[in-house]
Design a protein around this ligand. Structure first.
Ligand SMILES: Cc1cc2nc3c(=O)[nH]c(=O)nc-3n(C[C@H](O)[C@H](O)[C@H](O)COP(=O)(O)O)c2cc1C
Length: 310
């Protein structure tokens, strides 16, 4: 008899069905207008560690994120390992809320400075000054011809998809990132070069993997305390006129009532078109021309039932 329970594997299993220790990394990239973007990421791991022509990391991300779109365009990013303190983790969670770069970047709490890899290249992002280490990277867009995917598809990419480098599903992307430079704060540089003692390890925020709709969880330093919960900001509500604008552009024949649209005020903007199009598809399958509040409830019930079946 096993000492374990068999837990079902569902979408985003690393954060819905596991306690999976992960790094908390803030990725800086350059926006089309030359300004900086920073997004929070944990699915970033060593990929080529030896025996290849270069060393590489792999990043898994949503393909309509600012980070993904900027990497597709510029090929450059910096993986900033933020220090372990509540203010930095709070800022990482704020930077992890989906939405346009110009909404979050004016209030950035982190200070930025130039990195060390070709600092005159305008596609090279600045790095976060308080990081204890930073990996400056260039995307290897040659693997699997990943470079064939272009930035600009904010409502999801159509197939065919790559298996491991570039766009890998409608809303997913994987990037194999060549390591150009590792930047290390002097204290830790000296420790690595001269021999590390127990007191020389930087305190690192370990993200617990598991999250729900209200909190990200991470273990503060020192470890083995109860994990600290960092609330995800309540989404800014979208006003009804913006919802109406988006809904009227979904389809020529299917319409939404205002009552129906009010169900979507809290949907993060990058997901809005997908949610509305899901309703349009349902309406067409069911011979409905005007989607009202009741229809949205039926669609939501159907979606929840499908999720639970998985
Ligand atoms: C701690 C933390 C870790 C995250 N890890 C990932 C990740 O590995 N991959 C991903 O696609 N999104 C991840 N997210 C969500 C992204 O931060 C979110 O999609 C955000 O909008 C990305 O910002 P950007 O659009 O400026 O790139 C994470 C969020 C937080 C707070």
């Amino acid at each position: 008899m096993s000492s374990f329970k068999d837990l079902r594997v569902v979408d985003n299993f690393y954060q819905t069905s596991l306690f999976y220790p992960m790094p908390t990394v803030c990725i800086s990239t350059v926006n089309p207008d030359g300004s900086m973007n920073i997004g929070a990421y944990s699915l970033v791991f060593p990929y080529y560690i030896a025996g290849k022509d270069y060393y590489a990391m792999i990043l898994e991300c949503r393909n309509n994120s600012n980070t993904c779109q900027n990497i597709l365009r510029t090929g450059k990013c910096a993986l900033n390992f933020i220090p372990d303190d509540k203010a930095s983790f709070k800022e990482a969670v704020r930077l992890g809320f989906p939405g346009p770069s110009e909404d979050k970047m004016p209030n950035l709490k982190f200070k930025l400075e130039k990195g060390l890899a070709d600092p005159d290249d305008e596609n090279r992002p600045l790095v976060i000054k308080s990081s204890f280490q930073v990996i400056e990277c260039t995307w290897d867009s040659s693997l699997e011809d990943g470079g064939k995917y272009k930035a600009g598809e904010m409502d999801g990419y159509e197939p065919p998809y790559n298996d491991f480098n570039g766009i890998t599903s409608k809303f997913g992307a994987h990037f194999i990132l060549k390591i150009d430079k590792i930047l290390m704060k002097e204290k830790y540089y000296n420790a690595i070069v001269n021999g590390v003692k127990a007191g020389d390890f930087p305190p690192v925020p370990v993200d617990y993997g598991y999250r729900d709709s209200t909190n990200f969880w991470y273990t503060p330093f020192p470890r083995f305390k109860k994990p600290h919960a960092e609330p995800i900001a309540a989404p800014k509500e979208i006003d009804i006129s913006s919802l109406r604008y988006a809904a009227d552009r979904c389809d020529d024949t299917i319409k939404f009532t205002d009552e129906a649209l009010k169900n979507f005020v809290k949907v993060p903007r990058p997901f809005l078109k997908t949610v509305l199009m899901g309703c349009v598809d349902w309406a067409k399958e069911n011979g409905v021309e005007v989607i009202d509040d009741e229809h949205v409830k039926i669609i939501n019930d159907k979606r929840n039932a499908e999720k639970n079946k998985k």
